[in-house]
Design a protein around this ligand. Structure first.
Ligand code: SIN
Ligand code: FE2
Length: 221
C-alpha cells in the first residue's frame, strides 16, 4: 500500500510548489519547488563542478566578482576584461562546458511551466557560489540572443535576500527572502527586470554548508 501512495505523492510534489508568490506580472517565487529534486540534483552538480570548477571572474570594469561561477549546458556565461558573453567553451580548460544534466533540465522545465511558461528549453545553466559576504549587484540578464524565454533561478543552501527591481536601475527593488529549494521564475513583460542579491549572511546550512549556490537557467543561443 505504501508504495503506490508514496509514488503518487512524489509525483504531485514535483508539480505543486508548497506555495507560489507572485512578485511581478509574469514573475513567481515557487516555494520549495526544488526540494523533491535535491537528491538527484546534488550528484549531478558535483560531477559538473568536477569538470568545470568554480572560479572568480573579472568584470569588463576590472572588478573581481564576489560570487564564484561555473556553467553547464551548450553555452556558459563568462566575463573577462573584454566583456560579458556566452561561450560553448570553458575558458579555463578550453573544453566544452559539461552537458546540462537531466534532473537539472527537468526541474527548470517544470518550474517554468508552473509559472506559465510552457516549452522552456534551456541551453545554459549558470552556477553561482556565494560564501558569506558575497553578493550580486543589480543587473539585467541580457546577453541572451532572444528574451522570449524566461529566467529560472534555483536557490540552494544559505538564505539570501533577492532584490527584484524594475526596468530602470534606479527603480527601488522588492526584497524577497529566498531559501534552500525555492525557485524564482521571471519572463515575458518582466524578463528584463533588474535583479541582484544582497550580501549573504554568515551561517551553516545542514546540507550545503556555509554557502549559497544559485542555478540560473536560460535560453541563451
Ligand atoms: C543571477 O542573477 O545571476 C543570480 C541570482 C541569484 O543568485 O539569486
Ligand atoms: Fe541575473
Amino acid at each position: 500500500m505504501a508504495g503506490p501512495t508514496a509514488d503518487l505523492f512524489a509525483d504531485e510534489a514535483l508539480q505543486q510548489p508548497a506555495s507560489r508568490e507572485q512578485i511581478g506580472e509574469q514573475s513567481w517565487v515557487l516555494r520549495g519547488f526544488a526540494l523533491p529534486w535535491i537528491d538527484r540534483l546534488l550528484p549531478e552538480l558535483r560531477s559538473v563542478l568536477a569538470r568545470s570548477p568554480f572560479r572568480r571572474m573579472v568584470t569588463p570594469g576590472g572588478f573581481t566578482m564576489s560570487a564564484a561561477l561555473s556553467s553547464c549546458g551548450a553555452l556558459g556565461w563568462t566575463t573577462d576584461s573584454t566583456g560579458y558573453r556566452y561561450s560553448p567553451i570553458d575558458p579555463n580548460n578550453q573544453q566544452p562546458w559539461p552537458a546540462l544534466p537531466d534532473a537539472l533540465r527537468q526541474l527548470a522545465e517544470q518550474a517554468a511551466a508552473n509559472a506559465g511558461f510552457a516549452d522552456f528549453a534551456p541551453d545554459a545553466c549558470l552556477i553561482n557560489r556565494y560564501v558569506p559576504g558575497a553578493k550580486m549587484s543589480l543587473h539585467q540578464d541580457k546577453n541572451e540572443r532572444h528574451y522570449t524565454a524566461p529566467v529560472v533561478s534555483v536557490s540552494l543552501g544559505l538564505p539570501a535576500i533577492f532584490l527584484f527591481g524594475g526596468h530602470a536601475r534606479s527603480d527601488t527593488p522588492q526584497k524577497v527572502s529566498l531559501f534552500h529549494g525555492d525557485v524564482v521564475v521571471w519572463g515575458g513583460v518582466d524578463r528584463l527586470r533588474f535583479h541582484g542579491v544582497m550580501p549573504i549572511k554568515n551561517g551553516e546550512h545542514p546540507i550545503m554548508g556555509a554557502q549559497r549556490i544559485n542555478l540560473t537557467f536560460r535560453t541563451a543561443g
